[in-house]
Design a protein around this ligand. Structure first.
Ligand code: GLV
Length: 331
């Protein structure tokens, strides 16, 4: 029996590629070349499945160019690189990697919050540059985490993990805003109070963004929202580039309309708005919130398991869409 053909679009753990080879004819990308959309489409022309990492756009044009493609397994919890409607219409299954990264990503959200509020990278650069010649009473004085108000926009699994860390670990007052209000038992576990976006922006000492990217969440934070925040507040984005208007944020940081920001994701990444690179009161990291070795392995394993389960006829483990059986492409 011939094995299904799959494309592994980016370099991943070699032993997980070997595991995929037991089930599939695999074209891998160990050199980690970044293919253009046309190169990706050409490589997918004869493939039955794809393993992607969130930076490959799967849209109607690509699906037309890849007529055998039946499943795309994203190694990421976010899947805004998928045109889900086009995939569903074409009968193509999409999957993501929820749950396995929740706690690691919540840890990182907290780390970025603490680094930002306590000015850790700014002060480290100062020390490394040999500028530390004497102590002074207000040197790199930042804002407190413990006892402050944490405002979380987007209260899914990761948002809830951050809320628990804040409320239980640091005695923070937690307020949140989400498309829908959490069930009472979850609110109690997180010690979190539901508020309007306006109230959250006006009252939070630290605003944490954990909302998935969509047309509706584009520029959730722009100039108008930044103007509603406290001048002493920090803003943390571990969600997606495009949730924040980065140009407006750079202006607000330069003019000290808010105190500081911590950003792990950027509009147009891996490019970063040049003004963000020159303001001192921002901590910048290259989209690494889920980057621990065990978690990245768990994400890659889950994406691989989705492909294996799907082609064994067991159904995808963590589907993001439900193509109609009559639309599904023949296996
Ligand atoms: C990372 O950003 C992810 O969506 O998993």
């Amino acid at each position: 029996m011939t094995k299904p053909r799959i494309l592994v679009a980016r370099a991943i753990f070699p032993d997980i590629v070997d595991r995929l080879r037991q089930h599939f004819e695999v074209e891998a990308n160990p050199e980690d070349v970044i293919w253009s959309p046309a190169e990706l489409a050409a490589r997918l022309a004869d493939k039955d499945g794809a393993f992607t990492t969130g930076s490959q756009r799967i849209d109607a044009d690509l699906l037309t160019a890849a007529p055998r493609l039946k499943i795309v397994a994203n190694m990421a919890v976010g899947y805004n690189n998928f045109d889900v409607d086009a995939m569903t219409a074409a009968g193509v299954q999409g999957t993501n990697t929820p749950d396995v990264l929740t706690e690691t990503t919540a840890d990182f959200g907290f780390a970025l919050l603490m680094a930002t509020a306590r000015r850790m990278t700014e002060s480290e650069h100062y020390l490394r540059a040999g500028q530390w010649t004497k102590w002074s009473y207000d040197m790199f004085a930042g804002s407190d985490i413990h006892g402050s108000t944490l405002g979380i926009i987007g209260m899914g699994r990761i948002g809830q993990g951050i809320a628990k860390r804040g409320a239980h670990g640091f005695g923070m007052k937690v307020v949140y805003h989400n498309r829908s209000r959490l069930a009472a038992n979850l609110e109690a576990e997180c010690k979190a109070t539901y508020v309007s976006k306006e109230e959250l922006l006006a009252t939070a000492d630290h605003v944490m963004l954990v909302v998935p990217y969509s047309a509706a969440s584009h520029h959730t934070i722009g100039a108008a929202e930044l103007a509603q925040m406290k001048p002493s507040a920090t803003l943390i984005n571990i969600a997606r580039g495009g949730i924040v208007d980065d140009a407006a944020l750079a202006v607000a940081l330069r003019e000290r309309r808010i105190a500081a920001a911590g950003l792990d994701v950027f509009e147009g990444e891996p490019s970063v708005h040049p003004d963000l690179l020159t303001v001192p009161n921002v901590v910048l990291t290259p989209h690494i919130a889920s980057a621990t070795v065990p978690t990245r392995r768990a994400m890659a394993d889950l994406a691989a398991d989705n492909l294996i389960a799907f082609f064994e006829g067991r159904g995808a483990l963590t589907p993001v869409n439900t193509p109609a059986p009559e639309a599904a492409r023949a296996r």
